[in-house]
Ligand binder design. Structure first.
Ligand code: ZN
Ligand code: ZN
Length: 255
């Protein structure tokens, strides 16, 4: 099984989860054309994408969903709240499939579980993906806090994609207006480097091999600050690779 992060951050989010030549797209927040271009750059132009799975309706996660779903002829899967909130961006897609926030289903031969995240959108969730061989990937972005449910879902994942949106000090002293600072730092906002580090510290799984720091703010974070925060809890876990994924960067790992 492979995780390929095609785009991450407020300008667009999309990732491919592939296993045995079959794949699903997790979020479609960059244009269809750019999604194809990046897939091609990874040698995945011919990969069989069987569904588009959405975490929530914000445009940095759904921007390309309509065109991609139509071109691929695949369903868009999301919670009822997300599908309703994103309805105007999903007109004419071949099919929409409603999932629960604590659901379990199979897509492209991959076992998918959803879990609730804490964000200012209708009905947000994160996901874990498990291959037939028992390899697990967990992705949680756009969450103001890491709840016990998020932690429980991530426990046992071999690869984790975790939001590391902002450095608290940079956000506080940065140029954003107070209401926006409060929104980002709030319980239904975005995850700070510090909170992401605390979440990693709380995980115990020995099989963890790779951590992707995702959804980094261009204004209130740097890859260096995110790395400095997240590397501390990983020091005790030898053999875990940490990678920050910036705007226009593609990152991938195989299990
Ligand atoms: Zn986002
Ligand atoms: Zn969002």
């Amino acid at each position: 099984m492979r995780l390929i992060v095609l785009a991450s951050g407020s300008s667009g989010n999309a990732a491919l989860i592939e296993s045995g030549g079959r794949a699903l797209l997790l979020d479609a927040g960059i244009s269809a054309r750019e999604t194809w271009r990046r897939l091609g750059a990874c040698g995945l132009a011919d990969v069989r994408i069987e569904a588009i799975l959405l975490t929530h309706e914000h445009s940095d996660h759904v921007r390309g969903a309509r065109v991609l779903a139509r071109r691929l002829g695949v369903p868009v899967m999301a919670t009822t709240g997300t599908l309703t909130a994103a309805a105007s961006c999903l007109s004419d897609v071949p099919e929409t499939i409603a999932i629960g926030r604590k659901d379990s289903f199979s897509v492209a031969g991959i076992k998918v579980r959803s879990f609730p995240t804490a964000h200012d959108a209708a009905e947000t969730c994160g996901f874990t993906f498990e291959s037939r061989r028992g390899h697990r990937i967990g992705v949680a972005t756009d969450t103001g806090v890491v709840t016990g449910e998020v932690l429980a879902a991530m426990e046992g994942a071999h690869v984790i994609g975790l939001e590391s949106n902002h450095d608290l000090g940079m956000l506080e002293s940065g140029p954003y207006p107070p209401f926006l600072k409060r929104r980002i730092a709030g319980e239904r906002g975005h995850l700070s480097n510090e909170a992401a580090a605390a979440a990693l510290d709380a995980l115990s799984w020995k099989g963890l091999s790779h951590v992707f720091a995702l959804h980094l703010s261009e204004q209130n974070n740097t890859p260096e600050a995110a790395r400095a925060a997240l590397v501390a809890p990983l020091r005790a876990r030898r053999g875990v690779t940490l990678e920050t994924v910036g705007k226009n960067e593609i990152a991938a790992c195989s299990l």
